[in-house]
Design a binder for this molecule. Structure first.
Ligand code: MN
Length: 201
C-alpha cells in the first residue's frame, strides 16, 4: 500500500454544471486523477523515495523517474484544481484583487493574460497563476509539470491552475478550448485562491 490517496471531491460530480458536465468530472477525478495516484504509489513503493512528501519529490524531480514526474505532477495539479473550483464560483476577496490589479493593471487584463496562456499552451498542459518572490506571475507548463518542479520554466508557488488537457473538456466542448476557458471563470473559487495567496505572504 502506498501513501498517496485520492480524496473525494468537495462537491458532487454534477455540481459544476453547466460549466463542466458530470461525466467529465467523474472520469477526470476517478479515472485520470485516480490513475495518477495509483501509478505514483507504484513508482515510489520500495524505493528510497517512499515516505517523502509530494512537494519534496517534485521540487527536485529532475533526479527522479519519468513516472514520478508525470504521476506526482498529476496528483499535485489535480488536487489543487479541484480545490480552486466551486459551484457558482465566488467573489474575489479584496486582498487578492488588489494584488492582481497591481500586478496586471486590471482584473480584465489579468484574465486576458491567463486565458491566453491557457489557450496557447500547445498540446496538453496547465496554465498557472503563481507567487514568485512575493510577486504574482502567469505562465504555463506542458503535460503534468508544474511551477514547483525544478525542471519548470515558470517557477513559484501556484495559487490558481487550469487544466487544459483535452480530457478536461472534450466531452462537452470538443475542440473548443477557448470556450471552456471562458466558461471556467464562472466556477473559480476565489476564496480558496485568496487563502493560498495569503498563506504565502
Ligand atoms: Mn486532468
Amino acid at each position: 500500500m502506498g501513501k498517496f490517496e485520492l480524496l473525494a471531491l468537495p462537491y458532487d460530480y454534477n455540481a459544476l454544471e453547466p460549466t463542466i458536465d458530470k461525466m467529465t468530472m467523474e472520469i477526470h477525478h476517478s479515472k485520470h486523477h485516480g490513475g495518477y495516484v495509483t501509478k505514483l504509489n507504484a513508482a515510489v513503493e520500495g524505493t528510497d523515495l517512499d515516505g517523502k512528501s509530494l512537494e519534496e519529490l517534485l521540487s527536485n524531480v529532475s533526479n527522479h523517474s519519468t513516472a514520478v514526474r508525470n504521476n506526482g505532477g498529476g496528483h499535485f495539479n489535480h488536487s489543487l484544481f479541484w480545490s480552486i473550483m466551486k459551484p457558482g464560483g465566488a467573489e474575489v476577496p479584496s486582498s487578492l484583487s488588489d494584488a492582481i490589479n497591481s500586478a496586471f493593471t486590471s482584473f480584465d487584463e489579468f484574465k486576458n493574460q491567463f486565458s491566453n496562456a491557457a489557450v496557447t499552451r500547445f498540446g496538453s498542459g496547465w496554465a498557472w497563476l503563481v507567487v514568485q518572490d512575493g510577486k504574482l506571475a502567469i505562465g504555463s507548463t506542458p503535460n503534468q509539470d508544474n511551477p514547483i518542479m525544478d525542471v519548470s520554466d515558470i517557477k513559484g508557488t501556484p495559487i490558481l491552475g487550469l487544466d487544459v488537457w483535452e480530457h478536461a473538456y472534450y466531452l462537452k466542448y470538443q475542440n473548443r478550448r477557448p470556450e471552456y476557458i471562458e466558461n471556467w471563470w464562472n466556477v473559480v473559487n476565489w476564496e480558496e485562491v485568496a487563502k493560498r495567496y495569503n498563506d504565502i505572504k
